[in-house]
Design a protein around this ligand. Sequence first.
Ligand code: ZN
Length: 311
Amino acid sequence: MAGKVKKDGRDKKRNVREPKTDGREPKTDGREPKTDVREPKTDVREPKTDVREPKTDGREAKTDGRKPKTDGLVKVTFLGSGNAFAPGRDWSGILLNDRILLDCGPTVLPNLRAVDVDPGSIRGVFLSHLHADHTFGLPFMFLDSYFLTDRSEPLTIVGPAGSRKFLNKLDKMAYPDIDGERKKRLPLNFIELDDQTTFGFGKVQAEAIPMAHGDQAAFGYRVKIGKKTIAYSGDTGMCRGLKDLVWDADAVILEMSSPKFISKNHLCRQDIETIAGWCFEGTKIILTHLSEVPSDMKGYVFARDLKTLWV
Ligand SMILES: [Zn+2]
């Protein structure tokens, strides 16, 4: 089961490095402006390291040779793997084969550029729910299409009922001065979900399954690409739909907002271990929407920003 999946040990290294940077800050009370000047340089350096990572990741995924053997596999790139409080991680966004985006947090557009994916290659955005850390990247994606990216095909947005109204309002609030003519550069389709729904998207078959996230209408997605099924929980607490979501998927991407905090609206470590018991043997279980990575939690893959896995 999950025990077969190799845990990515590099998360630990990153976590070790980060506190050192943080540790420096309190010692510089009198010299604050200098510290502030230095910080952006660190930030600029980080993406370069991350951009190199997908090559390593490609090798991890069953590829012994120099070139990853990716035929029939699905490319899964994490653009953001943090929870709403962004604890050293960016906000939610998961890219499948550079064409489908699962959620669109505020940091998605800069991170698409960091992994060298043209925003115009994205054909579908599947929203798990309408909280800001999953949707507020869309005004920037729209802006990119209004001015930079030529779209020959429409962008399809799938989300809970009311998604169209919500996003129109958000777009108007974000950039009220962009005229209607320019907005015609971005043809949009909407699929609004009321209940469990299956829908086709090009050659992709997808199913949306209701999750439990407080008052929010929330959905998990099963996305079938070729022979592979990727399941994504979005934000949810424990619910019946999770069983239907994960049972035979090749990869299961689950939120774990906090390992210890038990909540009706989010998953904790104990919940993840229960759900792992519902998965087929060999299923890759990837945890995202993270606050921290427990060092003793073995058998799971922990998502990292700008990191690609092949499933
Ligand atoms: Zn949420």
